[in-house]
Design a protein around this ligand. Sequence first.
Ligand code: ADP
Ligand code: UDP
Length: 237
Amino acid sequence: MQKLEQLYEGKAKKVYKTDDPELLIVDYKDDATAFNGIKKGTIVGKGVINNQMSNFLMQKLEKEGVPTHFVEELSERETLVKKVEIVPLEVIIRNIAAGSFSKNYGVPEGEKFASPTLEFSYKNDDLGDPLINSYHVLAIRLATKEELDTITKYAFKVNEVLSAFWAECGITLVDFKIEFGRLSDGTIVLADEISPDTCRLWDSKTGEKLDKDRFRRDLGGVEDAYAEVMRRLREHN
Ligand code: ADP
Ligand code: UDP
């Protein structure tokens, strides 16, 4: 599959056209950003890990009935995906209080919820990805009611499948962000990535953070944490 012109360069990935109008190539970078792009850095080897981890988890989710954009891993950093029109929502599922939830609602980090939560942020860098509710989503036509129902159903399924998988690896899935898109026929599929950039992953025994919070909070050992998560994933696949 031929990589044609670059369509987009984001904070973590580049996206290229291919000779098939329905397919794109995603190229994962080592660049890391936080706080809406204010903090910038490099996590050496991250692109390779995020590409391989995301592809592994998406294939697992496909088997469990969640359709995804994944087509084929082309190289260490490049993957062929189905082109989608991204639904401009960050879909966030939480099992344990952390990050902005702890800050906004005064719930100490680490407190386990009675049941998982779901929230949406409006994916809009200029506005700082503000929290948005489902009535707002419908009012400004970001998605239809049917699409929101499908997205919600898939998001909880992703949580079930990934929580169980990470538990086998001795890792607690604290929370994560996913994105969905529409194929040309309108079908909703899981898109973007699932990686330590987009999930909070804590060692089940020690509580050690094995995700991008090490970068966000200057905890050190960022590369080692990404490599450790990847090592455990490989051990359990
Ligand atoms: P950001 O845009 O937040 O800086 P990235 O660097 O990860 O993020 O850029 C990748 C971009 O590609 C994101 O905007 C994401 O929504 C988009 N994207 C992910 N998967 C697909 C897909 N299958 N088709 C079209 N766009 C996609
Ligand atoms: N997240 C993400 N991209 C974002 C915002 C959040 O991938 O732009 C992920 C983040 O890694 C965490 C979850 O979504 O796993 C919830 O993040 P939170 O709202 O607590 O925000 P943060 O503390 O990262 O500001």
